[in-house]
Design a protein around this ligand. Structure first.
Ligand code: PLP
Length: 397
């Protein structure tokens, strides 16, 4: 089918929830995607920080294919080996003791919110139910994860929101402390606000938040849906701050493109979930878990984590050079391969101009260009991105 026909059909048959770029992607290989005419694009969006090992990685394709032949789905009424293996691997490489599997970031956050509330209300009494989240955060689009999302514009028209949430400005410890109430059960935050414009807190703030949670017996939830699985250069972003959360959520990169989410927690907290308290029909199905197991293998044993870290350093240097050259760049920030360029101008036209030059990038908050390429991106490919960026920025100077 012609790309134009596909786009017309999308307008006719799909609910109108996305502003899509005028590109129909037919296939992908490594860091490149191709349209139906065979035109090649460098993919620095990577499914919004999902395809961490690129497209069609042969080992992931092989793992999924083998698992699909053997067993795709069983429900959680039975045991399967890939699910328990994946849980074991995640536990062995994180602070956590137990894992609950689901299918997306929003669902992982729903699980985290429910777990925190159940733990706090059963441990401290029915009034400990409040979840404190950050302004400008992004936690998903289901009702509770949308309530947790500190962006009123995204909540518009969906009210009333779920009761029991409060918001504090990110990176402001005193304001956070002032927002706590005797009802606060948990503080929930993204170690780097990704959708919020790649906002990086300093380690001192993060350590103070951890200490505050310890002192007040408040749970600390890290939403690592975007920052987890090596995106920031370590397997999980919390490692960079020298602290550990009590609950962490993962999705995006976990399955390398196959939908899977996870909520991880320490034993004492995880014990608040008992049979019948939370569930997911598809969560942790063998197909998704086989993909995630292969992703973890490649990150840890295949040294892709390190490759991503090095690529991140190279990209950071290149972006810093651009920032020196172009006055419309206010700041360059990020960690690993989660990088942002804050502009003093509208970023969306630049995304379009990069697309015309066959490079896919993304823009958050209207003026922050975001780069979340696969970890296997080569220096040459990063140079291609930087050249195209320089070209489109030079028209603004
Ligand atoms: C930090 C964070 N949490 C949660 C989500 C929601 O994930 P999903 O779209 O898989 O529900 C996202 C998606 O961008 C995210 O960046």
């Amino acid at each position: 089918m012609m790309a134009t026909q596909i786009q017309e059909n999308a307008a006719r048959y799909l609910m109108n929830t996305y502003t899509r770029l005028p590109l129909t992607i037919e296939r992908g290989q490594g860091c490149l995607v191709y349209d139906a005419e065979g035109r090649e694009y460098l993919d620095c969006v990577a499914g919004i920080a999902v395809n961490i090992l690129g497209h069609a990685h042969p080992d992931i394709v092989e793992a999924i294919t083998r698992q699909a032949r053997q067993l795709i789905h069983t429900s959680n009424l039975f045991y399967t080996e890939p699910q328990t293996q994946l849980a074991q691997r995640l536990v062995e490489h994180s602070f956590a003791d137990k894992v609950f599997f689901c299918n997306s970031g929003a669902e992982a956050n729903e699980a985290a919110i429910k777990l925190a509330r159940r733990y706090a209300t059963t441990t401290f009494g029915p009034n400990r139910f409040e979840i404190l989240t950050m302004q400008q955060s992004f936690h998903g689009r289901t009702l509770a994860s949308l309530t947790a999302t500190g962006q009123p514009a995204l909540q518009e028209g969906f009210g009333p929101m779920v009761p029991g949430f409060r918001y504090a400005p990110f990176k402001d410890f005193d304001a956070l402390e002032a927002t706590l109430t005797p009802q606060t059960a948990a503080i929930m935050l993204e170690p780097i606000q990704a959708e919020g414009g790649v906002i990086v807190p300093d380690a001192d703030y993060m350590r103070k938040v951890r200490k505050l949670c310890d002192e007040r017996q408040i749970l600390l939830i890290f939403d690592e849906v975007q920052t987890g699985m090596g995106r920031t250069g370590t397997l999980f972003a919390y490692e960079q701050f020298g602290i550990q959360p009590d609950i962490m959520t993962l999705a995006k990169g976990l399955g390398g493109g196959v939908p899977i989410g996870a909520c991880l927690a320490i034993d004492t907290v995880a014990a608040a979930f008992q049979p019948g308290t939370h569930a997911s029909t598809f969560g942790g199905n063998p197909l998704a878990c086989a993909a995630a197991l292969k992703v973890l293998d490649l990150l840890l044993d295949g040294r892709k984590l390190e490759q991503g870290r090095l690529a991140g350093e190279y990209l950071a240097k290149g972006l810093a050079t651009l920032a020196e050259k172009f006055s419309c760049i206010r700041e360059t920030r990020g960690m690993g391969l989660l990088r942002g360029l804050e502009l003093s101008i509208d970023g969306k036209p630049l995304v379009m101009e990069c697309l015309e030059r066959r490079v896919l990038i993304n823009c958050t908050m209207g003026h922050v260009l975001r780069f979340v390429p696969p970890f296997i991106i080569s220096h040459q490919q990063i140079d291609r991105l930087l050249t195209v960026l320089s070209d489109v920025l030079s028209r603004r100077k």
